[in-house]
Design a binder for this molecule. Structure first.
Ligand code: PHE
Length: 485
């Protein structure tokens, strides 16, 4: 058996975990779902999900990893026995990493192409209408998508092959500080934009404004899991490389807070620009790839803003992707494989699975496979392209169900003494006062909330009931468009 690898320092662990959490979810997805759901009220709901569900579960996940020093499947085997049904949790995690990384690599590929377009100053030569066409062409170009997603997977594989200290830690120690500096510079830049863009953005994000519908709560909770990298063993695996001195509550809190701050900052940056130039804010995937570049050319120093923004997005995607690949790789390593062989096998397998996602926008694909139309007759009805379906499957099913199992496992199946010992480490006291509240939220509150969401998603609880609840709670149904005007 090889010696278990470890982080070089506590900071390295926090940066790696924050690197996993902060990703396309924060900078690409969160802003557009916030816009789709009307701003302030949705942000509030999302903060609530992070605090009530995300924080307890992130600590629970890190705890299982640190207590066993193993990856998800092996960790559960150690804590619950070789044939325990809880093992399903670890297996689902490995499956989820395939599903998520397969579409993640495609979006990251678009990002890399946009870094290239920004560097060659292509945007400034384009007319407003060209931006939609450009993205449409990229989306539908199988060769280009495959090319970039392959490079992205290659880079991810290269880092993971380097190991915990020599690969992942080295990468996050460079990329995360750069990411934070770029964010801060872009925020400062937005303060001086014309038309009060900055203040309009702040109001849009922070003032609750009604306009929420039932589906928003499903989206907020699903996104809370996705953005904190929860429910599939990424935090568990990173926790397994952690020493026996770190306070898990504090580490979890810092990671969740950093992730949230970056998501809100991304909204401020994007909406300030959109509102400053009164651009048509694109809903869904196009916000960052169509609407935003269109306005970048009007921003003073737009060349630098565009380059830094897409580089930022690329770094964020890369540090998340390495954690996604590390989960299945650690699974094989725990089975006795060496790291190079494990990384290569999983990297290539995931790359193969990502090919349908990369091709799913092309006419050829849609003609030949009818976009896997047979899936439309199933559980995926009306869930968009193959690519969208993968996102839906992961964010709305795998991660919440995985998170539910983790919370229940730590709450009810894990040895009490081990659990409270793990919580105590690093707190400097024998009876930390926040232990009981954390346990209550992990074992009772989170599972109740997650179960309700899963029941709504499964159609067992009627969505209309939820709509009525929100209408009662928030009253008005302001039209989204009017809010920022
Ligand atoms: N948290 C990442 C993001 O927000 C995505 C991710 C999910 C990474 C699950 C690892 C595991 O983009």
């Amino acid at each position: 058996m090889q010696e278990r690898e470890q982080w070089g320092s506590r900071l390295a662990f926090v940066l790696a975990a924050a690197g996993s959490a902060i990703g396309l979810g924060n900078i690409w997805k969160f802003p557009y779902i916030t816009f789709e759901n009307g701003g302030g009220s949705f942000v509030l709901l999302y903060l609530f999900c992070i605090a009530i569900v995300g924080l307890p579960v992130i600590i629970a996940e890190m705890m299982i990893g640190r207590a066993t020093k193993k990856s998800p499947v092996a960790a559960i085997e150690e804590l619950a026995g070789k044939n325990s049904p809880w093992k399903i949790m670890g297996i689902m995690g490995v499956a989820a990493s395939f599903i998520i990384l397969s579409f993640y690599a495609v979006v990251a590929g678009w990002v890399m192409h946009y870094v290239y377009l920004a560097l060659t100053d292509t945007f400034s030569t384009m007319k407003p209408d060209d931006f939609g066409t450009l993205f449409g062409k990229i989306y539908a170009n199988p060769g280009l998508n495959l090319f970039w997603s392959t490079i992205f997977m290659g880079a991810t594989l290269f880092i993971v092959m380097g190991g915990v200290k020599g690969g992942i830690e080295k990468a996050v120690k460079i990329l995360m500080p750069v990411l934070i500096v770029i964010m801060v510079l872009l925020i400062i830049n937005s303060i001086w934009l014309p038309n009060d863009g900055f203040m309009k953005a702040i109001k849009f994000i922070f003032i609750p404004n009604g306009g929420l519908h039932g589906a928003a709560i499903l989206e907020a909770l699903g996104h809370a899991f996705f953005t904190l990298s929860l429910g599939m063993g990424a935090m568990l695996t990173y926790g397994s490389y952690l020493d026996d001195k770190t306070d898990l509550f504090k580490a979890g809190l810092i990671v969740a807070a950093l992730d949230t701050v970056i998501a809100i900052m991304a909204c401020i940056i994007i909406f300030s620009i959109m509102f400053a130039y009164e651009g048509e804010v694109g809903k869904s995937v196009g916000l960052v790839f169509i609407s935003l570049p269109q306005e970048f050319i009007k921003v003073p120093g737009g060349f630098f803003v565009a380059v830094s923004f897409f580089l930022l997005l690329f770094f964020a995607a890369l540090t998340s992707a390495i954690s996604l690949l590390e989960v299945p790789v650690a699974y094989l390593i725990d089975k006795g494989w060496d790291r190079n062989k494990a990384s290569f096998t999983m990297g290539v397998s995931i790359w193969l699975v990502s090919i349908p996602c990369a091709l799913s926008g092309s006419a050829w694909w849609q003609g030949t496979f009818k976009n896997f139309g047979f899936l439309e007759d199933s559980f995926f009805k009306n869930k968009g392209t193959f690519f969208d379906k993968m996102d839906y499957l992961a964010s709305n099913w795998f991660l919440p169900v995985g998170g539910l199992l983790i919370a229940l496992f730590v709450g009810f199946a894990m040895n009490h003494v081990l659990r409270s010992d793990q919580f105590k480490i690093g707190t400097g006291t024998q009876r930390p006062i926040h232990y009981k509240p954390w346990l209550f939220f992990t074992a009772i509150i989170s599972p109740i909330i997650i179960s309700i969401i899963i029941l709504i998603e499964a159609g067992i609880i009627d969505k209309n009931l939820v709509n009525q609840f929100f209408d009662g709670l928030l009253g008005n149904k302001t039209e989204i468009k009017q809010i920022h005007k």
